[in-house]
Design a protein around this ligand. Structure first.
Ligand code: APR
Ligand code: ZN
Ligand code: ZN
Length: 376
């Protein structure tokens, strides 16, 4: 392409400091270095984790930063040594990379590559420099992907090539929200046919858990949220019961245990609060129940629980991106989407031009959107 090897000037949403709204700026994006890929973003979703970034609640993030981690685009140019993609390919950036070499990548049971953000901050590319500048200042990358930019540069092992038939304004959701929730049910909990499930939090992530539980053949799927506006969509996606903790004068775990006899087989928390995690843990069967935490807690939060909750046999599990080894799995999930094995489009409530990024965050904060997609 004509831009190959050159610095590109384009728009990006920069978070200059904690607590400030994003500001859409002109930035310079340097060409990709060895084993890096420069991508022209087509669409990006607004995920709750980006809101954590703006509030300064996600560990290890450095400002100023270009956030965004759920997107899809087209390869513009490649650095030396890149072999898995070429200019023109459709791709999804991976916020959990797959280097293919670390002990976690080599372990079939793990998807959490040791090059992931919690192991080693991804605010700069692997050579410890940034490809972004704005007004003469270096801007940090976010999870190596920074999808809130018209052009972004990403290490090759954090990019997955997908089917050319994929609609990028729809499959961008597979980069985080959908895959996280759906995989938490299928891969992390390993929900069995005929089982009972409870999902706390019905945002994009929680509703994807509902879809995963349904796909796995759960017979009862109980959706829990304080915002009843979310119930209609939850039912459409497979929830059999929808309840609000505010409608009861006893703890929600007691309600769920009464509804199911001994508690649910699998419970999930997709909110990010200590109190709802404890309630979700206590809602599952005291002997064989599995609780999966998905919600991201504010950095530094600690949780204390009655150890008896676990001593009787319950399991507390975490999940990162739904347990998928992303570089292997995302292309397959895109194929499943094209074969209509699931309908993640139902999570998209708003589509906005990129310039309205702050409006997208307002919709999320007000509980009015499930997923807003920004188009470049
Ligand atoms: N009890 C029940 N539901 C609650 C409560 C509560 N105390 N507080 C909030 N909720 C509901 C909200 O009404 C909303 O429907 O939780 C839902 C959260 O949804 P979103 O804000 O859309 O978040 P989402 O993008 O789905 O992410 C959820 O997963 O990946 C993480 O960082 C992400 O922690 C976040 C979580
Ligand atoms: Zn996300
Ligand atoms: Zn790895």
């Amino acid at each position: 392409m004509a831009t190959s090897g050159k610095v590109i000037k384009c728009r990006a949403a920069v978070a200059w400091a904690v607590g400030k709204p994003l500001s859409v700026e002109e930035v310079e994006v340097a060409p990709p270095k060895a084993r890096e890929v420069r991508i022209k973003m087509v669409a990006t979703g607004i995920c709750h984790t980006d809101e954590h970034v703006l509030k300064g609640c996600l560990p290890n993030v450095e400002f100023p930063v270009i956030p965004g981690h759920e997107g899809a685009g087209i390869v513009e140019s490649i650095g030396e040594g890149v072999s898995s993609v070429k200019p023109g390919d459709k791709v999804i950036p991976l916020c959990v990379p797959q280097c293919g070499e670390c002990s976690f990548c080599l372990n079939p049971e793990s998807n959490f590559c040791q090059k992931s953000h919690i192991c080693e901050p991804q605010n700069l590319l692997p050579d410890k420099t940034s490809r972004f500048t704005c007004k003469g200042k270096q801007i940090h990358h976010f999870l190596w992907v920074s999808t809130f930019a018209e052009y972004t540069v990403i290490p090759e092992y954090a990019v997955a090539k997908i089917d050319t038939a994929a609609p990028l304004d729809k499959v961008c959701l597979l980069g985080c929200g959908f895959s996280t929730g759906y995989g938490a049910a299928i891969n992390t909990a390993k929900v069995k046919p005929g089982s009972t499930c409870a999902i706390f939090g019905l945002g994009g992530v929680g509703l994807s858990v509902v879809m995963g539980c349904k796909a796995a053949g759960a017979s009862r799927i109980i959706a829990v949220d304080i915002n009843k506006d979310k119930f209609a969509k939850a039912k459409e996606l497979g929830a059999t019961d929808c309840i609000s903790p505010r409608d009861f004068n006893k703890p929600i775990q007691d309600v769920l245990i009464e509804m199911t006899g001994q508690g649910v087989d699998y419970s999930f928390e997709a909110i990010g609060l200590a109190e709802t995690m404890i309630a979700a843990l206590a809602s599952c069967n005291m002997s064989t129940g599995i609780f999966v935490m998905i919600g991201v807690l504010n950095a530094g939060t600690e949780i204390s629980i009655d150890p008896m909750l676990l001593l009787t046999g319950r399991t507390w599990k975490g999940t990162a991106l739904g347990g998928w080894k992303m570089r292997d799995s995302i292309p397959k999930l895109v194929s499943s989407y094209l074969e209509k094995k699931f309908n993640s489009d139902l999570l998209i409530t708003h589509t906005l031009p990129f310039a309205k990024v702050n409006e997208g965050f307002e919709l999320l904060r007000a509980g009015k959107s499930i997923r807003s997609i920004l188009l470049f």
